[in-house]
Design a protein around this ligand. Structure first.
Ligand code: HEM
Length: 414
């Protein structure tokens, strides 16, 4: 007798799935927590959906980030997915390498990209946030993705890196190409990546002769036991900071605002607490928004370099493993009331920033931007509401990230 497919087995990677992947992930967590699937690109990969397995996999040194370990598709698909990165010579970045190279590069960047540098950047982020809201506050309506969530992180990272103000709109355009087309029009995206790469190489060259107090100068200056970043490594590092810190933060602001608008009770609590000048609920709230509907749905590619089992399932050498952060962070075995947004949740070791040696190096900056964006929006536009019914909102397709294409809102003009 042929085996009948389970009628309840959900379809992955459809439009319905993109709009709300959580029921499908709940099914997988319960029935096939380590699930072999064919991705839309045709590549076979394992999806890891339970919290305990996900956390273990993220810290397992037998899972390499280096695409050369991918058995079948090493040079075609097995990488973080920056179109044009090979041609632009950007492959050697943190998300594609293992120790000891990773340890060396991460140590060097950590010397420049310090929590102190990020904390000192707070007034600038606040200024950028206010300037962007000034752009639409008198209108009474806006698309919060295009007018707010999208430009804020790109200007913030450009400023932090030391990209001169007059060049930042070029970055905005290049980043726009990358986020709009993701996997689609690869030619155009590849061109944008190459332009960004050559711009950064040239900027690094100029800064070397005239060091300032920006992050690029910090990367050039950074040394560890006499070691420095080469110019190519510094360019790849600046690029990965931009690339990893951009769409993720767009999605934190977009998904976060959307979740608040759909949970009016929680939003009111947050609004009251901000109005009282408290910061506690905003801080736990950002963590909860990262857990509840985080920017990174799947962690980046990992490849088995020796036989291993995850959740009792044997993973053959060379197979790609994708840790589904969005599924792990709603695992009822770890999070009580997993589908409830509870901004005051304190027992919240979510995996939204990853775990292990590749844990997000930009987390302090992302939190800072998230806090400034949400607190300022809710304070300046207190009756902010959705201008479109949720079923009509479109989510960007794409494997790794989860974010809205647009977020139309209305409010009483300022
Ligand atoms: C790594 C999430 C913002 C730079 C990661 C990882 C996650 C993540 C999940 C680990 C990926 C993996 O292990 O496969 C996020 C989220 C953000 C955010 C949710 C916003 C809310 C930023 C920002 C920057 C940044 C603002 C820099 C400006 C990086 C870098 C890595 C990384 C360079 C690689 C670290 C390594 O491999 O050692 N991020 N990120 N991220 N993130 Fe973020």
């Amino acid at each position: 007798m042929p085996v009948q497919p389970d009628p309840a087995r959900p379809s992955l990677f459809t439009w319905e799935f993109a709009a709300d992947p959580y029921p499908a992930y709940a099914w997988l967590r319960e029935h096939e927590p380590v699930h072999r699937t064919t991705l839309p690109s045709g590549v076979e990969a394992w999806l890891v959906t339970r919290y305990a397995d996900a956390r273990q996999a993220l810290a397992d040194s037998r899972l390499s980030k280096n695409p050369v370990h991918h058995s079948a598709h090493a040079h075609r698909t097995g990488r973080v997915g920056i179109p044009g990165e090979r041609q632009a010579n950007l492959m050697t970045h943190l998300l594609n390498i293992d120790p000891p190279d990773h340890t060396r590069l991460r140590r060097l960047v950590s010397k420049a990209f310090t929590p102190r540098r990020v904390a000192a950047f707070e007034p600038r982020v606040q200024q950028l946030t206010d300037r962007l809201i000034d752009g639409f506050a008198a209108r009474g309506s806006a698309d919060l993705i295009h007018e707010f969530a999208f430009p804020l992180p790109i200007y913030a990272i450009c400023d932090l890196l030391g990209v001169p103000a007059e060049d930042q709109d070029d970055f905005r355009d290049w980043a726009g190409m990358m986020i709009r087309h993701g996997g689609g029009q690869r030619g155009g995206v590849g061109r944008a990546v190459k332009r960004m790469r050559s711009y950064l190489a040239e900027l690094i060259h100029r800064k070397r002769a005239d060091l300032g107090d920006d992050l690029i100068s910090g990367l050039i200056r950074a040394s560890d036991h006499g070691e420095h970043l080469t110019e190519n490594e510094a360019a790849a590092m600046a690029f990965i900071l931009l690339f990893a810190g951009f769409e993720t933060t767009v999605n934190l602001i977009g998904n976060g605002t959307y979740a608040l608008l759909r949970n009016p009770g929680q939003r009111a609590l947050l609004q009251d607490s901000i109005a009282r000048g408290e910061t506690g609920l905003l801080e736990t709230g950002i963590e909860e928004l990262l857990r509840y509907d985080g920017p990174v749905e799947l962690a980046t590619w990992r490849f088995a370099t020796s036989p291993l089992t995850i959740g009792g399932v044997e993973i053959p050498v060379g197979d790609p493993v994708l840790v589904v952060l969005a599924a792990a962070d709603r695992d009822p075995a770890r999070f009580a009331d997993e589908n409830t947004l509870d901004l005051a949740r304190t027992d919240n070791p979510h995996l939204g920033f990853g775990h292990g040696i590749h844990y997000c190096i930009g987390a302090p900056l992302a939190r800072l931007e998230g806090r400034a964006a949400l607190a300022t929006l809710l304070t300046r536009l207190p009756d902010l509401q959705l201008a479109e019914s949720p079923e009509n909102l479109r989510w960007r397709g794409g494997l790794i990230m989860r974010g809205l294409r647009e977020l139309p809102v209305e409010f009483t003009p300022e």
